[in-house]
Design a protein. Sequence first.
Length: 426
Amino acid sequence: MGTRAAAVIDTALGAADAARRILAEVRRQPALRVPLDDALDSILAEDVVSPLDLPAWTNSAMDGYAARADDVRGATPERPVRLRVIEELPAGRFPTRTVGPGECARIFTGAPLPAGADSVIRQEDSDLGQDTVSIYKDRDAGVNFRLAGEDIRRGSTVLSAGSALGPAELGVLASLAIAHPLVYRRPRVAILGSGDEIVDVDQPDEILSGRKTASSNTHTLVALVRRAGGEPVNLGVARDTPESLRAHLEGALACDVLVTTAGISVGEHDYVRSVLEELGAEQRFWKLRMRPGAPVGFGLLRGIPWIGLPGNPVSTMVTFELFVRPAIRRMCGRALAFRRAVTARAAEPITLKPKLQHFLRGIVTEGPSGLEARLTGPQGSGILTSMVHANALLVIPEGRFETPAGTDVRTILLDDPVHQAEPPFD
């Protein structure tokens, strides 16, 4: 394996510094072409330049009659204009004749507008004649058609590299006949839990009897990784032995990033850090000045980023939001990794004890004078249901022990689609 560089370990980083250090070491994934229907929420790796005009031809926006505006102006129910119908144009059929004075073509939505016509008279304003037609109103003179290229011009950049592909973007790509867009590959995120007391949900008797604890973190993380844009790879639950951890961690070497839960504190059975070091990992930090989630680790396992999260369920979810989710977004090719912070007014007093930066589960609602924030209730890091009720994290600065009601509080809305480049909790 050669000589491994000496590890650089910090033991008391702030959360924002930790997030920046993680992002500095993760890499955007390589680009590849994927089937169009598999590209939802992926990030484009190249500019998309249109090979055609859209619409490709001027076409009807109505079912009716393609006519000349000069012929239909002045038409009324009392004095209708009569036109000769020279052909019928359903969608998909191209015209073969030019519309001359006193003539029209029966036309349907999407069909190309014949030469000579500059209006589509809606069929409701006619007697629906087949050989000749009576036009009763002139309100459609000069309208009801879509010009060639009015949506997209040939040679124009329709979508830029770095664009996220939502349903509308996929529709645009389909309209340009792009069946396999070039996007950044989704990172494969290995997920490993550990603990002799933990079993998966395939052992319900152990869980329901109280002999073991369900591995809720594993399933939470699988869902969080998917929502962040990664592909979860569940490595299972390792026992609290170096041998079991080594066997499970081997599976991470085929992935792009490793996320572990528990096992990185200072207990006698916390072997994750030491086993990772045996396997060649370079540790960058392993403890932060924050709550919940002080025991957060980060390093590189043979070039693969490793992020170690705490084992308590709430701590796992909070630290995923702050550190893992931004890393996955960056690896997917997104320039803006972090949700933004907005200001809300504390609806109740908040009292804290430890001199740490706090990320409190909160409920933010719209009040008479703007956003209001209140706690979900008790803030114990094992109260997973608090994350069910929370729609925000309230960010309380390090050293602020009292936050009176009415104080402005920085909040991270957990469903906010707006993102920014820098951590909002600096």
